[in-house]
Design a protein around this ligand. Structure first.
Ligand code: ASP
Ligand code: MG
Length: 407
């Protein structure tokens, strides 16, 4: 008998009807001979609604109380799902994060899981019960409710799968797998039957929203078989694996991720002296603002240009910071642009193939798309371009690398 952890996201439990469908589905899995642990998100929109309520009371609510509030969303769905399972004559038990003892650190609103006590779950499974656990939440060492950050139910599911040594962690969502790129931008995008952890991590960090980055990281670390499937239709979904395919030749590029949330800031003509990068980026880091791409030009006449990107939400703050700092450092000019996007080609096949960058740049040049920044790693080439070219660039690259035809 294999143990499966099945996670259903917000849209999959977005109404009572959908919760009933989830009940049917998990019962079906149990009847097929599996032990089933279910993790659910809050009903779609609920976490945002709770967040908005909190903001009505206080613009910066206390993190501890925010967690008490936000964790209620998932508590609603675990109870409703168990009721739906009971009505169908099957046994199920719901648990909040603190009840099953998903122990986290005390970093409210972005807590990390440290330990899970699976004894209670095991007992239920041995009694043929379906176990339903609230995603996104845990409890710290002092009994305070914590939450794991937005999208954190994925992480709950993966962590449970690791702790229970489940055969598979199945993430049911509103798409039927991981695609070569977002089908809303490129209708020819194709579902991948499998993708490596490394690629999935890169896709998630470059802007793909299918899986929470931390969940993929966790699954990779603990060797959890992760699968993304549709909760609305049957199908094999996408398996995230360790194996780089050996039987077939690995495609050069597996997917194209993009991120509309980028903004860039440039300090023009700052002194080309040791410690300058630190002087520029130190204060940004100290303000807990994440920097993504960084580019420094070759110095000329003792000065250089320094460009970096941040999340669009942080743009204004960082631009103001840099305008002040730029004066102190003697920059000739400080400029910023928040109508840019980042597009990244991802593929482990890049390791063993040269010429991918030139194919990419040639394809973009043919469409007259100007590249503003470039950064590469072993399995990724990322570029920054003007926002207005996003769709065109994604489609152009999708075609240039033949992504609609592989597998
Ligand atoms: N309900 C939480 C959120 O919206 C957690 C999740 O859905 O994974 O972020
Ligand atoms: Mg979610």
């Amino acid at each position: 008998m294999t143990l499966l952890v099945q996670k259903f996201g917000g849209t999959s439990v977005g109404s009572v009807e959908r919760i009933e469908q989830v009940a049917n589905r998990v019962i079906e899995s149990q009847r097929a001979g599996h032990q089933i642990v279910v993790v659910v998100s809050a009903m779609s929109g609920e976490t945002n609604r709770l967040l908005a309520l909190a903001k009505q009371v206080d613009d910066e609510p206390t993190p501890r109380e925010l967690d008490v509030l936000l964790s209620t969303g998932e508590q609603v769905t675990i109870a409703l799902l168990c009721m739906a399972i009971h009505k169908r004559g099957f046994e199920a038990r719901s648990y909040t994060g603190s009840q099953v003892q998903i122990v986290t650190d005390d970093a409210h609103t972005k807590a990390r899981i440290q330990n899970i006590d699976v004894e209670r779950i095991r007992t239920d499974l041995n009694h043929n019960r379906i176990v339903v656990v609230a995603g996104f939440q845990g409890v710290d060492g002092n009994g305070n409710i914590t939450t794991l950050g937005r999208g954190g139910s994925d992480t709950t599911a993966v962590a449970l799968a690791a702790a229970l040594q489940a055969a598979e962690c199945q993430i049911y969502t509103d798409v039927d797998g991981v695609y070569t790129t977002d089908p809303r931008v490129e209708p020819h995008a194709r579902r991948l039957s499998h993708i490596t952890f490394e690629e999935m991590l890169e896709m998630a960090s470059q802007g793909s929203k299918v899986l929470q980055f931390r969940a993929v990281e966790f699954a990779g670390k603990y060797d959890v078989n992760l699968r993304v499937l549709s909760s609305f239709e049957e199908g094999p979904g996408t398996l995230i694996t360790y194996d780089e395919e050996d039987s077939m030749e690995q495609p050069l590029v597996s997917g194209i991720a993009f991120n509309r949330d980028e903004a860039k800031i440039t300090l023009v003509g700052i002194p080309d002296t040791p410690g300058m990068a630190y002087k520029v980026l130190g204060p940004v880091g100290e303000s807990n603002i994440e920097v993504d791409m960084i580019i420094q030009n070759v110095g000329e006449d003792g000065t250089t240009d320094f460009t970096f990107t941040v999340h669009r939400n942080d743009f204004k703050r960082v631009l103001e910071m840099m305008q002040t700092l730029g004066k102190e450092l003697g920059a000739q000019q400080v400029t910023g642009d928040d109508s840019i996007v980042k597009i990244a080609l991802v593929g482990v096949g890049m390791r063993s193939h040269a010429g991918i960058a030139s194919t990419m740049f040639e394809a973009l040049a043919r469409e007259g798309i100007n590249i503003r920044m470039i950064s590469t790693s072993e399995i990724k080439i990322a570029i920054v371009i003007d926002e207005k070219y996003l769709e065109l660039a994604v489609r152009t690259l999708h075609a240039a690398f033949g992504l609609e035809q592989q597998d």
